[in-house]
Design a binder for this molecule. Structure first.
Ligand SMILES: Cc1cc2nc3c(=O)[nH]c(=O)nc-3n(C[C@H](O)[C@H](O)[C@H](O)COP(=O)(O)OP(=O)(O)OC[C@H]3O[C@@H](n4cnc5c(N)ncnc54)[C@H](O)[C@@H]3O)c2cc1C
Length: 364
């Protein structure tokens, strides 16, 4: 049973907060989005790659059968509603690094259900394929231009006077029996009381006193924007350990990525750019020019299962986090689930429900 309209405050307008805000707004709730607009947040840096296969070990990604049949329609729905163009389908060319990789991909490709996603890339199908290289196509891949999507959602809520920019101060939150009060100078009196609050803060959650029992294993990563004039404009993503992803601008690609375990720095380092540029030159055999270097931190969880659900004591206080390296694809499945949970107590998938920790954790 759906409740009446709720006043809902969402902290964090990354991919989690933004998709959830749209979902709850569509269910008739009065949503306010609160975000500090940190330019190096995970979602602002992310390439937005959508890929059902983990190349290492050639395996399916977790829940890919629940996600990939719908992910493009999901974001296309928001693209239509917001009148923008942020979702694109691409084939994904995995160029094998050595004969061992080739035999691994070929072995896995004939197994059910991998055959649904994979096919052999034949000589002549791509300019980077030579008689001595071999490669596999991965189908149902693409890219969400995450930053553009976030900008559109921000404008949508700004137009309703329901976007607040600033740093949320957890200590200033007043918790009542069945509501919350939070005020900043720009809010009108009527906008300081909320029925629910949802924390979607990415790694910012590590400063959140209500959910600091949730364990994170943050992973930094670099993304370059590069210019490769000699390479014919690509209609596919190219990967050989690192990947090149078309941006839509002529001869311009995103190049990534790498993993810095437990490193929270968002300051780009020249040595990381140099390594990625070298890899791009090796893959394309072309001159590659750096346009931009960004570094962000993925909100990674040790067992790679996101954190969704409500606080053990304050039932109308929720968390939606732990999206790791897969926020764009996961949100198409998890945001509707989380919205239904808040809207009408819809069930959460048990692998993501934070009530799995309640037996061992004292409520805050
Ligand atoms: C280098 C790199 C490459 C990536 N590539 C991909 C990819 O190709 N595909 C993919 O699916 N995923 C990718 N990811 C992962 C993806 O970005 C994350 O899974 C996703 O962005 C997490 O989203 P989020 O909304 O949970 O967190 P965030 O994006 O961190 O959003 C949280 C928001 O809350 C704000 N905030 C936090 N605390 C406060 C506070 N107290 N007050 C106000 N605002 C606050 C933050 O500034 C931010 O705007 C990549 C990440 C990195 C770093």
């Amino acid at each position: 049973m759906a409740d009446k309209e709720k006043k809902i405050l969402i902290i964090g307008a990354g991919i989690a907060g933004s998709t959830l805000a749209m979902e709850l707004d569509a269910r008739g709730h009065l949503v306010t989005l609160f975000d500090n607009q940190f330019e190096h947040s995970s979602s602002r840096v992310a390439a937005g790659l959508l890929n059902p296969i983990v190349p290492k070990g050639v395996r399916e990604t977790w829940q890919c059968h629940n996600i990939f049949p719908h992910v493009f329609d999901y974001y296309q729905g928001w693209a239509n509603a917001l009148n923008a163009d942020f979702i694109h389908k691409y084939r994904f060319l995995n160029i094998h690094a050595n004969p061992n990789e080739t035999s691994e991909w070929n072995k896995r490709m004939v197994e059910t259900p991998m055959a649904d996603w994979l096919s052999t890339a034949n000589l002549g199908e791509h300019e980077l394929l030579h008689p001595h290289t071999s490669a596999t196509w991965v189908h149902q891949c693409g890219r969400l231009n995450v930053s553009l999507f976030l900008d559109c959602v921000k404008t949508y809520f700004q137009d309703k006077n329901r976007f607040i920019q600033g740093d949320f101060n957890h200590k200033a939150l007043v918790i009542n029996d069945s509501s919350f009060n939070y005020s900043v100078n720009t809010q009108s009196e009527s906008d300081t009381s909320f029925d629910c609050i949802v924390f979607c803060e990415g790694i910012g959650i590590m400063n959140n006193p209500f959910f600091n029992h949730l364990f994170f294993d943050p992973t930094g990563g670099d993304i370059l924007t590069v210019y490769i004039p000699e390479l014919k404009d690509q209609q596919c993503i190219i990967k050989q350990k690192q990947w090149l992803l078309p941006t839509g601008e002529p001869h311009t690609y995103l190049l990534g990525s790498n993993f810095h375990k437990n490193n929270l720095s968002t300051d780009p380092m020249e040595s990381d750019a140099a390594y990625l540029l070298k890899r791009a030159r090796e893959i394309t055999q072309c001159e590659v020019t750096l346009i931009k270097h960004q570094r962000g931190v993925r909100p990674t969880v040790q067992n790679r299962r996101p954190y969704l659900g409500s606080h053990a004591e304050h039932k109308n206080m929720y968390v939606f986090n732990g999206l790791g390296a897969k926020g764009s694809s996961l949100c198409s499945w998890l945001s509707p689930m989380m919205a239904n949970h808040i809207h009408s107590q819809g069930a959460l998938n048990e692998e993501v429900d934070i009530s799995r920790f309640n037996a061992t954790i004292d409520p805050k």
